[in-house]
Design a protein around this ligand. Sequence first.
Ligand SMILES: [Zn+2]
Length: 203
Amino acid sequence: MIIGCMSAGKSSELIRRIERARLAYLPTIIFRPATDTRSKADLVESRNGLQSQAVVVSNPRDMLKYSSQAVVIGIDEVQFFDIEVFDVVQTLLRQRKKIIASGLDLDYKGKPFGPVPNLLALADRVDKLMAVCRKCGSDFACRTQRTVQSSEQILVGDSEYEARCIDCFDPPSDFQLKINLANEENFDPPVVRIVQPLANPAV
Ligand SMILES: [Zn+2]
């Protein structure tokens, strides 16, 4: 899994790994969800200009149909698929395919995005990439800030978002975390009993 916020280099890392598999003469295929309408049909594109052939699918099950010849399978923007992608990936893994999936781990509210948490649980390897914060320039941007008003979880676009670090991330007020902490006078600290080790343990 290659995850992170927008502009972190996820798609270019996916393309790089698929190209390496191709150099090793392994049959590959890249899938992309139909929901993502930003790239030209049949291409996966990164912001730094890399591109590769891709098959656009609207239903994750279609990946089973098209991947019989492939040994290494790339899935870009995996967060846009529904949870059925989890079963599809498990089926492909049982067929001994190697799967490299990239996508957003968190949505614009800072909440886990679609099937990504489940896929992370399946993954042997997870690379979490960071972007440059567009507000303060920090190297540790890990959130995707929506810069327009909309409460749709999926609002496809680039100009409507920017990468932000955790300090500069400002989720919509409706979704800010509200956790009721016990106030101090009612708060009983947990009893901690410290067990002293024996000075001369019996042999
Ligand atoms: Zn920042």
